[in-house]
Design a protein around this ligand. Structure first.
Ligand SMILES: NC(=O)c1ccc[n+]([C@@H]2O[C@H](COP(=O)([O-])OP(=O)(O)OC[C@H]3O[C@@H](n4cnc5c(N)ncnc54)[C@H](OP(=O)(O)O)[C@@H]3O)[C@@H](O)[C@H]2O)c1
Length: 295
C-alpha cells in the first residue's frame, strides 16, 4: 500500500534558486518561501545535488531563521546521483549510487541541512543500472519505520524499472520530464503506468525550461506559440499557464514542478491551478508539437 501525502497542485522547484540560477541570498530564499506559502504553494522540490550540494543547505539556513515555516510545507528530496564537483572531493566521476548505505546517508544529510526531523517525500533521482530493488526497499523501509521519511518514489524511471522497485516497495511517485517539448511520456507507457498502479506523476521542466521564450524559436516552437496565442485569447491565460493546463488535462493527475525563480510566475501558475483544456484544444497543442495530425 503506497503512503502518499498531500502535495500542493503547483510544486516549487528549487533547482535554480542557488548557484545554478538566481543565486538568492538567505533573505531572498526566505521571502520566496513565505510568498509561496502565502499563495498556497506548500511543496518544495529539492535534490541533494542541486547547486552542487548547496541548495538544501541554503534553504535550510532560511528555515532556521523562521522555524515555524517547516510545519506549513512539504519537502521533497532526491538521492542516488554522485556528482563530480569540488564540493565532493571523494567523487572521481559522475556516477549513481542506490546502495542502502548511500540512500540512508543522503537522507540523513538532507535532514541535517534542512534542520528538520523528516522529509515528506524521498525519490531515487535517476535509474541506476546497478540498482537492486531489495536494497532500495530495505533503505526505504528503515527510513519509513524511523519516521525520517513519510513517502517514497522514483524519478526518470521507465515502466519496467518502476515495476521492479514496486515489486518490493510501493512506489508512490515518479517524477519525469514531460512537457509540450518532451511529450514521450504520453506515449511510452510512463503515464499509463501511473494510472494503472495509482502512482502520482510529477512533471519536471513543465514549462520546457523556458525554451519557448528565451531562445530563438524553431519552426516547431513557432507552431506551438501560435496555438498558445489562440488559446490565450479564449482563456485570457499566459503561455505558461496554458503549458501547465496542457499537462493538467492529462488524466493521470500530473503535478507540475515549476522551476521559475520568479514569484510572479509562480503566482500565475497557482492562479490557474484548476484550468484544463478541451480535448480538441489539447490535440491542437499536441499537433503543433508533433508537426503532423494524429494517425
Ligand atoms: N527529477 C529530475 O531529474 C529533475 C530534472 C530537472 C529539474 N527537476 C525539477 O524540476 C524543476 C523545474 O525544472 P526547470 O527549471 O527545468 O523547469 P521549468 O519550470 O520548465 O522552467 C523554468 C525555467 O524557465 C524559465 N521561464 C519560465 N517561463 C518563462 C517565460 N515565460 N519567459 C522566460 N523564461 C521563462 C524560468 O526562468 P525564471 O526563473 O527567470 O522565471 C526558469 O529558468 C526544478 O527546479 C527541479 O526541482 C527535476
Amino acid at each position: 500500500m503506497q503512503k502518499k501525502i498531500k502535495l500542493s497542485p503547483v510544486i516549487a522547484g528549487c533547482m535554480k534558486w542557488g548557484t545554478w540560477g538566481a543565486r538568492y541570498s538567505t533573505s531572498q530564499y526566505l521571502q520566496l518561501i513565505e510568498d509561496c506559502l502565502a499563495a498556497g504553494i506548500t511543496t518544495f522540490d529539492h535534490a541533494d545535488i542541486y547547486g552542487d550540494y548547496t541548495v538544501e543547505e541554503e534553504f535550510g539556513t532560511a528555515l532556521k531563521e523562521q522555524p515555524s515555516l517547516r510545519g506549513q510545507m512539504q519537502l521533497i528530496s532526491k538521492c542516488g546521483i554522485r556528482r563530480f564537483t569540488p564540493n565532493r572531493p571523494a567523487h572521481r566521476i559522475n556516477s549513481y549510487d542506490t546502495s542502502k548505505a548511500h540512500i540512508l546517508a543522503s537522507a540523513e544529510n538532507s535532514l541535517r541541512l534542512f534542520h528538520t526531523d523528516h522529509l515528506d517525500v524521498l525519490l531515487i533521482h535517476r535509474p541506476d543500472p546497478l540498482m537492486h530493488p531489495d536494497e532500495i526497499a530495505e533503505a526505504f523501509t528503515q527510513l519509513e519505520r524511523s519516521g525520517k521519511v513519510l513517502s517514497f518514489g522514483v524519478s526518470n524511471f521507465t515502466p519496467s524499472q518502476v515495476r521492479m522497485i514496486h515489486s518490493r516497495f510501493p512506489v508512490a511517485y515518479n517524477q519525469i520530464e514531460v512537457s509540450v517539448l518532451h511529450p514521450a511520456p504520453f506515449h511510452d507507457g510512463q503515464l499509463d503506468q501511473c494510472i494503472e498502479l495509482g502512482i502520482t506523476p510529477m512533471a519536471w521542466s513543465p514549462l520546457a525550461s523556458g525554451k519557448l521564450h528565451n531562445t530563438e524559436p524553431t519552426e516547431q516552437q513557432l507552431r506551438i506559440l501560435a496555438v498558445l496565442d489562440l488559446l490565450g485569447k479564449k482563456y485570457k491565460a499566459t503561455h505558461d499557464q496554458l503549458l501547465l493546463a496542457y499537462l493538467r488535462t492529462h488524466p493521470s493527475g500530473i503535478l507540475p514542478v515549476v522551476g521559475t525563480t520568479k514569484m510572479e510566475r509562480l503566482r500565475s501558475a497557482w492562479d490557474t491551478r484548476e484550468l484544463k483544456l478541451e480535448r480538441e484544444e489539447w490535440f491542437m497543442i499536441w499537433r503543433a508539437a508533433a508537426g503532423h495530425e494524429v494517425p
